[in-house]
Design a protein around this ligand. Structure first.
Ligand SMILES: Nc1ncnc2c1ncn2[C@@H]1O[C@H](COP(=O)(O)OP(=O)(O)OP(=O)(O)O)[C@@H](O)[C@H]1O
Length: 513
């Protein structure tokens, strides 16, 4: 890597230790001069020298000049810098930093600490970085979605920030995507339409109970880390799946669409909300024991050759080459056929069968319970989703498959599991329900319906329900026959993907100290 010349070099005394501070175009570095003398030339932790530290210039949040109106006393301590954000020129660091943000806070998400997290941990960082904000504390569910869709003056802002969990993120994403389509005159009820990418980036300040989207895009659920990604203007593109029932738009999804096992767990857990987070475990065990399978037809359009495979162990990490390749392919394809023209020429693969679970993972869906996720090699922004079909098998085999989500073994290495990387898919249940059955599933049961509901759940009577529900990023869909299309890089987040261990070598090679 090419070495860069120093722009500035000076000595700084901190707590009676002398540091040499240097600045070049990309890195601000400081090293402890005493330690450096002791360890002359000896590298510790690879290429990192003892007592040496550096920060890339693009990650410096603010620089303020200390007013030199008092005689400088060398007390050996850091001196407090007087705050004058209005006079500072922090945005001069990089062009992509936001200056004005629209913030939505869900005060009831997770442990109901959204407002506190924002006020104490995030607002001070935004203020230090001279970012102006309009803050809306939501008053009801869908407040943020509808405000974004119909009212917000989006031209004023450089981004939208969501303080809450995955449900709140979904609201913000739906509001922003719908608004963008409305303004572009795109009919979102039509599957064939190519959706318009959103201009504004979304920042996620995690304050929910699971925060899966934040884990998958930032690598942690720490509000301060997320705030810093927003301040430095990071950008992570993300695919969005549109879900339709014939010519009717249902929802967008960015993480998991699950029918069968995950649909049943969600449906059951919704009836047990009063139990709090324990309901997921209880519903999980109950659903596992009921061991229901569902018949239907899955059809899909496979992804093209250069997008890797769900079993290639190429995990999506910061600067992922597969996602970057997708960005450049998109630029090229703009000048060629429209996406739908190309897709019309592709051939659909059709699979009929009895399934315990049909899952489409548009990201790894890693979380503390399943550190690798449902599809460890799924990519955030490659224009595909990983379609996982778990065919009818014994309870023991299904348990083996589920347990592999919690350890390092390959969860796809079973004869009853198939996985495909796809651009579109459709599902049609074998037995189509009549409308009254759909109503029953949606509204809960009464009277005769109640008995029928018990019967559905009671496998001993031999009366298996013919249909499950789709779990769409934690929401139950009202239809079982669905068509799904992946819209490549439709939104952008203030994030940079999951980072590997810091690559100190690269930074130091850059830094001519
Ligand atoms: N003021 C509000 N009152 C009631 N519900 C709200 C309000 N604002 C948002 N919501 C809804 O609350 C739901 C849950 O919120 P959120 O996702 O923030 O937390 P969570 O469910 O605890 O976290 P996670 O989704 O990560 O498990 C969202 O679907 C959102 O639509």
């Amino acid at each position: 890597m090419e070495k860069q010349s120093r722009l500035l070099c000076s000595e700084l005394c901190v707590q009676r230790r002398l540091f040499e501070v240097t600045l070049n175009c990309t890195v601000l570095a400081w090293k402890d001069i005493q330690i450096d003398k002791k360890h002359t030339g000896r590298a510790i932790y690879g290429a990192v020298k003892a007592g040496s530290h550096c920060v890339p210039v693009c990650e410096i949040i603010a620089v303020q000049e200390k007013e030199d109106d008092s005689p400088c006393k060398d007390t050996g301590k850091w001196q407090k810098v007087p705050q004058s954000p209005a006079d500072s020129c922090q945005h001069a660091f990089t062009a992509n930093r936001p200056k004005y943000l629209l913030v939505y806070i869900n005060p009831y998400g997770g442990k109901q600490r959204g407002k506190q997290i924002y006020d104490h941990k995030v607002a001070p960082i935004f203020s230090r970085a001279s970012i102006s904000t309009d803050v809306i504390v939501t008053e009801h569910a869908n407040h943020a979605r509808d405000h974004l869709k119909m009212e917000a003056d989006l031209k004023k802002y450089d981004g939208v920030v969501c303080v809450g969990g995955d449900g709140m993120f979904s609201e913000i994403m739906h509001g922003l995507v719908s608004r963008t389509q409305q303004e572009a005159g795109v009919d979102d009820n039509s599957m064939e339409e190519t959706l318009m990418p959103c201009g504004l980036r979304i920042g996620i300040i995690p304050a929910g109970s699971t925060d899966c989207i934040c884990y998958a895009t930032v690598g942690s659920n720490d509000p301060v880390t997320s705030a810093l990604h927003i301040v430095v203007g990071d950008s992570q593109p993300m695919d969005v799946c549109s879900v339709h029932n014939e010519d009717h738009f249902l929802r967008y999804s960015v993480s998991l669409l699950g029918y069968g096992f995950y649909g049943d767990v969600l449906t059951d857990s919704e009836r047990k909300r009063w139990m709090g987070p324990a309901r997921y475990d209880i519903s999980g065990v109950k659903t596992f024991l009921s061991h229901r399978y569902y018949e239907g037809t899955v059809s899909f359009l496979p992804a093209e050759g250069n997008s890797g495979t769900p079993r290639d162990k190429m995990q999506c990490r910061s600067g992922c080459s597969i996602c970057q390749q997708t960005s450049s392919d998109k630029l090229v394809s703009k000048n060629e056929d429209s996406v739908s023209d190309a897709e019309c020429r592709d051939t659909w693969t059709v699979i009929r069968g009895k399934f315990l679970a049909i899952n489409a993972a548009s990201m790894s869906c890693a979380c503390p319970r399943s550190p690798k996720g449902l599809s460890p090699s799924a990519h955030l922004a490659d224009g595909t989703t990983d379609l996982i079909l778990v065919r009818k098998c014994s309870r023991l085999n299904f348990l083996r498959h589920l347990l592999r989500h919690t350890n390092k073994d390959d969860q796809f290495d079973h004869s009853f599991v198939e996985v495909y990387r796809v651009k579109q898919f459709r599902f049609t249940p074998r037995y189509q329900e009549c409308d009254s059955e759909v109503d029953l599933r949606e509204s809960g049961a009464t009277g005769k319906q109640f008995l029928s509901q018990i019967c559905r759940e009671h496998r001993a009577c031999g009366c298996m329900p013919s249909q499950s529900n789709w779990n769409c990023d934690g929401e139950i869909l009202p239809h079982t026959a669905i068509q799904v299309r992946v819209h490549s890089q439709l939104i952008k987040l203030f994030a940079r993907g999951i980072e590997e261990q810091p690559v100190f070598e690269d930074l130091y090679a850059h830094c001519a100290i």
